[in-house]
Design a protein around this ligand. Structure first.
Ligand code: FEO
Ligand code: CA
Ligand code: CA
Length: 687
């Protein structure tokens, strides 16, 4: 690639995106993942009263080797250097910024079929399922859909949203299309086996992502789709877009298929959930529940079977399968057993290069990637944080070998191909008997402790006994099992706060955790409502291999004694359930989107200051329509607008086009849409 396209500005605050609810959601989103046995049957600890020796071993050595060079101003998450400290610090509210200046009347919990924002705020749809993306796309016609049209129109179930600015009033909007709800898209749909071929082709085309050009409406915080002119960057990426592999596993035997004997050219991307942006302005989009698109996982060669089950790839042809194999044989693992290895990656896409080939970056490992958020280590190496969103899965980070160099695009675009992939291990600092599953804080006043990043693979060098580097990258879950990573309550989004330097992880829920399996980092059994973990790396260096952590937010009804809002008066906070995606505003306040509210009301978006007296004062900023989840929250750099993806409105058991559960946004069939909210008098969002 050439240097950044004229018009390309540095990314805004990086932001992204989503848990469990109706049977419909379970089937279409995750292929009924929750109904299956937990994939992680490894014996490694649920917590870690194990770790302390390893912690000091690696962490302290590494600390001395790193200088305090700070690079990359403008990069999301580049943090100011703090005083060197040889020991990992605890996350101390007093040292964290992020008090913000939050003043709005919270939106109360509700079950309205509406996008509801606080008094004084406005909201509008920016782009909806079926809206033309390519200039020659036809207008959307629910009753007369075609694959050809869908491949030019905005895809289904929008998730990750990010803005790539082209100036103050113009930008490219990147949006992921995670999955399809065929029974809401097509009248009379029953199963993949009975679907028409055209319906299956439409579904293939409705996955992927979109790039659309948008512009500010007047001088407000509203943004609209550009509907005329060249729209030269507008693009659809689908499950059928030619892609390429790069990094250490590219070309390996595990990625070769009959159609691609070099193992270099995968086709399409699937179940792209959330994502992130790179410092050079490209998008990282995360393939999540890719397993559900395959059939006959039980018919792969015997040696491959353990890996198939570790990734919950279906046996036979389950009735909920979309049956993509009816259109493309590659989805039948009996015929093409390696095809599933070609999904589950982080994909890099350059929205400013509409002809560019998306790149699956194998150095970042293969699992059910929720997102991929970047920052820089103190020495300038690129760091990518990633969660594996399933029950009892792990938290990862990648650290590049080389440093980011501002403006040196050609060099920077090699950074994601060489580096070390780590997995996290958490240790609590309270006695095990005090973590009793009641949610009650231990006697030291916090669920907190220390942790380490355990290296799995560096380039061609495996750090895992009995596995090659390629195997570690392709079967990353298995590698992480072997090194004793900590099993978490569904690690979703994970992102570094550019103001306070701490890293925040949304742990959505895990109703499968038993009382015997609780640990200080996952302290509630049958965790319906989830929690937020705050991680402070040693010396506030994203390149460090040790960290301190604590749980500032344990979600649920504030009246429930097992909830915790960083010590804030619980009569003053909004109820919250199933945190999924996180983002930050310029003041460092934490914004949280939810997926799968288990308190009987719709999902929403919340903001919580992180510093000082206001720390823990969580307030609901908006709610989404019936059946929808809140995805991709994105607060713009000028803080005049907040974007939100309203995913799967009306996804309620029993809903069909003849009996829709939601009629949002147009009073007709529900259409997943990206919306924007702004203050009617131009105030900063939330202030
Ligand atoms: Fe696609 Fe983890 O939510
Ligand atoms: Ca998510
Ligand atoms: Ca503790």
């Amino acid at each position: 690639m050439a240097n950044p396209t004229p018009g390309r500005l540095l990314p805004l605050l990086s932001t992204p995106h989503k848990a469990g609810r109706s049977a419909l959601t379970c089937q279409f989103r995750c292929g009924n993942a929750c109904a299956h046995d937990v994939a992680n049957t490894s014996e490694n600890s649920y917590f870690g009263d194990v770790v302390k020796e390893a912690l000091s071993r690696r962490g302290v050595l590494r600390a001395g080797a790193l200088g305090a060079l700070v690079v990359g101003a403008g990069v999301a998450g580049a943090v100011p250097a703090l005083a060197d400290d040889p020991v990992a610090e605890t996350a101390d509210a007093e040292t964290l910024k992020g008090s913000g200046n939050i003043r709005f009347t919270p939106v109360p919990p509700n079950t309205d079929d509406a996008l509801t924002v606080p008094e004084g705020y406005e909201q509008a749809v920016v782009v909806r399922w079926g809206d033309p993306v390519l200039p020659d796309a036809p207008a959307f016609d629910f009753a007369n859909q075609s694959a050809e049209a869908q491949a030019k129109q905005f895809g289904y179930n929008c998730d990750y949203v990010t803005l790539l600015p082209m100036g103050k009033d113009r930008a490219l909007l990147w949006v992921n299309h995670e999955y399809t709800d065929e029974n809401l898209m097509f009248r009379g749909y029953t199963t993949g086996a009975a679907a028409t071929e055209e319906q299956i082709k439409i579904a293939l085309a409705a996955h992927g992502g979109s790039v659309v050009e948008i512009e500010r409406a007047g001088k407000t915080g509203q943004w609209k789709l550009v509907t005329n002119g060249r729209r030269r960057y507008n693009r659809r990426v689908t499950a059928q877009t030619p892609m390429k592999f790069s990094g250490p596993a590219a070309g390996s035997d595990l990625l070769k298929t009959a159609a691609d004997q070099a193992g270099l050219k995968p086709v399409g991307m699937l179940n792209n959930c959330s994502g992130g942006v790179t410092p050079w302005g490209t998008v990282l989009t995360a393939e999540e529940n890719f397993d559900q698109y395959f059939v006959n996982g039980d018919k792969v060669p015997a040696a491959q079977k353990p890996y198939i089950s570790r990734y919950t790839i279906p046996s036979g042809t389950p009735s909920g399968s979309r049956r993509f194999d009816r259109i493309e044989e590659r989805f039948d693992l009996a015929k093409h057993p390696n095809e599933a290895n070609r999904f589950g990656w982080i994909v890099e896409i350059d929205p400013f290069d509409p002809e560019g080939t998306p790149i699956k970056r194998t150095a970042l490992g293969r699992f059910k990637h929720e997102a991929a958020n970047t920052t820089l280590a103190r020495d300038g190496r690129l760091v990518v944080y990633m969660g594996d969103d399933s029950r009892f899965e792990y938290i990862y980070k990648f650290v590049s070998k080389k440093r980011y160099i501002e403006g040196f695009d050609r060099h920077n675009r090699t950074l994601l191909d060489e580096g070390t992939l780590y997995v996290a291990k958490f240790t609590g600092d309270s006695p095990k008997e005090e973590i009793d599953g009641s949610g009650k804080l231990p006697s030291d006043g916090a669920f907190d402790g220390s942790g380490e990043w355990i290296p799995l693979v560096s380039g061609d060098e495996s750090h895992v006994e009995g596995m090659t580097a390629t195997e570690v990258l392709v079967y990353t879950r298995v590698a992480a099992d072997k090194v004793g990573a900590t099993k978490m309550d569904r690690p979703e989004d994970m992102e570094r706060n550019p103001v306070n330097g701490a890293v925040y992880v949304a742990l959505t829920n895990n109703t499968n955790r038993t009382a015997a399996q609780v640990d200080e980092a996952n302290p509630r059994p049958s965790n319906k409502h989830g929690h937020i973990l705050e991680l402070v790396e040693k010396r506030d260096d994203a390149g460090a291999t040790t960290f301190a952590w604590s749980l500032p937010l344990i979600c649920g009804d504030p009246k429930d004694p097992a909830t915790y809002f960083a010590g804030y008066d619980k009569t003053q906070v909004s109820p919250i359930s199933c945190p999924d995606n996180v983002t930050f505003d310029r003041d460092g306040n934490l914004w949280i989107a939810t997926d799968g509210n288990q308190l009987g009301s719709n999902d929403g978006m919340f903001v919580m200051p992180l510093k000082g007296k206001e720390r823990g004062h969580l307030r609901q900023f908006l709610t989404v329509p019936v059946g929808a989840e809140t995805c991709g929250p994105m607060v713009t750099e000028d803080q005049l607008s907040v974007f939100v993806a309203v995913q799967h409105p009306g996804e309620i058991d029993g809903a069909t086009p003849d009996k829709p559960a939601s009629r949002w946004p147009d009073g007709d069939q529900p259409r997943p849409s990206v919306a924007v909210s702004w203050h009617g008098k131009g105030k900063k969002i939330g202030s």
